[in-house]
Design a protein around this ligand. Structure first.
Ligand code: KIV
Length: 295
């Protein structure tokens, strides 16, 4: 890598105040949609900052999108901390939330607090997100009591997708919809400042919204939620395939990136790159002296 940062992304320049938890609650009250997107590193954070989103999530989807794991399950706390710290360095304004990865919070409230504290103290996150599971409400209550804001996540919860029968919409039977409702209400009651609804029928989300007092961010849950979240790589097309039904593609960057690297490879092989514009000059006198020094 070049040590001269001439191609480094422009530093964030948007002059807005950092997004706060009360501001998100106010947006819900006013009916102003909340925009959330995932990011996993400095460049994606700079993009989110410059695009003016409200909340950035260092999702454990990064296990798949940037670390190449087959699911979100294997990603470690250390790996997530590295992604979160890099994302922090590219952000000033959006609220920064990081996913507590699978295995970092289930064992005890103490384990959850220790893991979440690392996101706040070492990576500079504002809050953590926890996926609904047997222990999530109790852990959320403990985290909130320890002073760490928590975002809940119900419906399709990829960390426990195996137990849910795979990556599929949840709440398509009355019983399962009722379980999702119980999870959402338990997390709300535990003090979560916001909750993600992932992959559920829109009418189920609509009914649930009547009981939600905290902001709800939807992903594949219809339009009644207080905001929406999409995975950075899905919305920008930095991946193979089309992804889940709810994904809307706003760009096809993978194709652009492949075309760019192919053009570079072609230029190198045909010696069109580097050209005179890409090389440094030296004073002829210095060059002569150098030749002499070389003997
Ligand atoms: O990890 C992630 O990207 C998420 C979002 C889909 C909400 O949890």
């Amino acid at each position: 890598m070049s040590t001269i940062p001439s191609n480094a992304p422009a530093a964030p320049t948007i002059d807005r105040l950092p997004v706060s938890l009360p501001q998100l609650a106010e947006k819900k009250r006013l009916g102003e949609p909340i925009v959330m997107v995932t990011a996993y590193d400095y460049p994606s954070a700079v993009v989110a900052e410059q695009a003016g989103v409200d909340v950035v999530l260092v999702g454990d989807s990064g296990a798949m999108t940037v670390l190449g794991y087959p699911s979100t399950v294997p990603v470690s706390l250390e790996e997530m901390l590295m992604l979160a710290a890099a994302t922090r360095r590219g952000l000033r304004t959006p609220l920064l939330v990081a996913d507590l990865p699978f295995g970092s919070f289930e064992a005890s409230n103490e384990q959850a607090i220790a893991s979440a504290m690392r996101f706040v103290k070492e990576a500079g996150c504002d809050a953590v997100k926890i996926e609904a599971s047997g222990t999530a409400a109790e852990r959320s209550r403990a985290l909130v009591a320890a002073g760490i804001p928590v975002m809940g996540h119900v419906g399709l919860t990829p960390q426990t997708a195996t137990a849910l029968g795979g990556y599929r919409a949840q709440g398509r039977t009355a019983e399962r919809a009722h379980e999702v409702a119980r999870d959402a209400l338990a997390l709300q009651e535990a003090g979560c400042f916001a909750i993600v609804f992932e992959a559920m029928p829109a009418p189920v989300a609509d009914l649930l919204m009547e009981r939600m007092e905290v902001p709800v961010i939807g992903i594949g849950a219809g339009s009644a939620t207080d905001g929406q979240v999409l995975v950075f790589h899905d919305l920008l097309g930095i991946r193979e395939g089309v992804g889940a039904r709810f994904v809307k593609r706003y760009a096809d960057l993978q194709a652009e990136m492949i075309a760019g690297v192919r053009a570079y490879a072609e230029d190198v092989r045909t010696q069109r790159y580097p050209g005179p514009d890409h090389t440094y000059s030296i004073d002829p006198g210095e060059l002569e002296r150098f030749r002499a020094l070389l003997g």
